[in-house]
Design a binder for this molecule. Sequence first.
Ligand code: ZN
Length: 132
Amino acid sequence: MKILKIDHIGIAVKNLAESSRLYEILGIPRAGVEEVAEQKVKVSFFPVGDSEIELLESTSPDGPIARYIEKNGEGIQHMALRVDDLEAALAELKAKGVRLIDEKPRYGAGGAKIAFVHPKSTGGILLELCER
Ligand code: ZN
């Protein structure tokens, strides 16, 4: 498994337009808005250097982001590491006893392949692995 970089930090927000304002004030240009139906979210990316800030607004009251905000309030929801080969990384983590949420890659924003590692195996952080 090869970790290439911190790909993005995912932030759960109630209102994408309102929360985007801060990044516009900071002078970070938005790289687009996308809806990921499978995860019931609308996503905005703000590139910062070689990484991105991902704002996530739920499109449904029963979506994972809505449930996260209900429990924890708005804030950092996950960290994403880019890997060179997601399927190989998942197989290696599973073999080493790391608890996975996704044993197979699923579709993520921007056409990435993504999978989540369970916070029970990461010291409380929801960790996303992504391959672009
Ligand atoms: Zn993400």
